[in-house]
Ligand binder design. Structure first.
Ligand SMILES: *Cc1c(COP(=O)(O)O)cnc(C)c1O
Length: 400
């Protein structure tokens, strides 16, 4: 079975490019241009140098001894939390800004939820001296004030979006609207494996550096270049895509992903799109969507702003449907407890998004020698207040 994208931009029945007429030319141009650019020597050299010297790659693969003892297997953490700007997002924005430059674009737009992708985009725009405009739901602007100030300090203009629920999904719609008005000079840097073809494939390729490094690092540490099990959290699906990219078609490797259950998959307060979604179109792609019977997008809910999206990348909709991946829903309280646990066992405060992947460790059976690689997608500095506000969910580690 091949889980990669096909020539028409589909993963099985999911994906494609469902876009307004006015964007046809620029999406088509991008479809034609992206692979030759990514495969050019020029691009590869610049991208590699920036990942090494600016982002700080390769990110370490760390054997977590105490966590391994607790779960009775061999757990290695892929430390995307140590990247510049604190998460995996920068791998993608560095690549897309180089692509924008090669295509002669002068203005960058981006959507953001928690503000992590907005910060990663504003960062590379400062680096490359490009004009940067970020669309962010007004609710998120209020919830994530520090990230808004970081973006402004980096020189970006932040547009608070006041349509719909005023969160990530509305920010995406607004970015697409802006793109329709400025198709000629604007490059839209999409933050996850979502959006019309070729974005899911572009973002997956940019993040695939994670599993490219895993192959080398595992060979060094365990003498073979694949793990038994890969684990990651999944919002739109980019850190998961990067983690599994070079193992997607390798059936020796089990893949377990964690999506945000919020208060529970059976409640109205959830972001578990793979559990709850039905087939539909969101932001230019056919995928699973949380929607009402007449196709209105439903609001996603989770304590984790980075997972708060009512859609899912089409590659993940396909792999989940074909049972290549096992997607578990992790609730807010379970994620909080897992975040505290990693903090106390290993001295690493993870992003609440990443804590969803860690919480999945409790839901899976492992063999004693099993090699598990779990991606810590980001650091928890941005989430300290949320962790403290929810100390009562932390169990034994909450008594301080
Ligand atoms: C944005 C974000 C996520 C979710 O996005 P994906 O595209 O699913 O990876 C997960 N973790 C962190 C730290 C993030 O900032």
């Amino acid at each position: 079975m091949d889980y990669q994208i096909d020539k028409r931009g589909f993963y099985g029945k999911f994906g494609g490019a469902y876009i307004p007429e006015i964007l046809h030319k620029c999406v088509h141009d991008l479809q034609e241009a992206y692979i030759p650019i990514i495969e050019s020597d020029d691009f590869r050299r610049e991208y590699r140098d920036l990942l090494r010297d600016y982002v700080g790659r390769p990110s370490p693969l760390y054997f977590a001894r105490r966590l391994s003892e607790k779960y009775q297997c061999r757990i290695f953490l892929k430390r995307e939390d140590l990247n510049h700007t604190g998460a995996h997002k920068i791998n993608n924005t560095v690549g897309q800004i180089l692509m924008a430059k090669k295509m002669g674009k002068t203005r960058i737009i981006a959507e953001t939820g928690a503000g992590q992708h907005g910060v990663a985009t504003a960062t590379v725009c400062a680096l490359m001296d490009m004009k940067c405009e970020v669309f962010m739901g007004k609710t998120d602007v209020e919830r994530q004030h520090t990230n808004v100030e970081r973006m402004r300090m980096l020189g970006a203009t932040v547009h608070p979006v006041t349509t719909g629920n005023m969160t990530l999904s509305d920010a995406c719609s607004e970015a697409i609207r802006d793109w329709c008005c400025h198709p000629a000079d604007t490059f839209y840097i999409v933050g996850s494996t979502m959006g019309p073809h070729p974005y899911p494939d572009i973002v997956a390729r940019m993040q695939s550096v994670i599993s490219e490094e895993l192959k080398v690092q595992l060979m060094e540490k365990i003498g073979r270049d694949y793990p038994d099990t890969l684990m990651a959290c999944i919002g739109g699906g980019s850190n998961a895509a990067g983690t599994i990219y070079h193992y997607m078609n390798d059936e020796r490797v089990r893949i377990i992903l964690a999506e945000a259950g919020g208060h529970g998959v059976d409640t109205d307060f959830t972001a578990a799109t793979i559990h709850r979604g039905t087939e539909g179109i969101i932001h230019g792609a056919r995928t699973l969507v949380m929607q009402t019977e007449d196709g209105q997008i439903e609001e996603a809910f989770t304590i984790s702003a980075g997972l708060d999206y009512p859609g899912i990348g089409p590659m993940h909709a396909n792999m989940a449907e074909k049972k290549r991946t096992n997607v578990l829903a992790v609730n807010d309280d379970e994620a909080i407890a897992a975040g505290y646990e990693l903090t106390r066992l290993e001295g690493i405060i993870p992003a609440i998004e990443s804590a969803h992947a860690l919480a999945a460790l409790k839901k899976v059976e492992f063999k004693p020698d099993e090699v598990v690689v779990l991606t810590v997608s980001g650091r928890g500095d941005k989430d300290v207040q949320t962790y403290l506000n929810n100390k009562h969910m932390a169990g034994e580690y909450g008594n301080f």
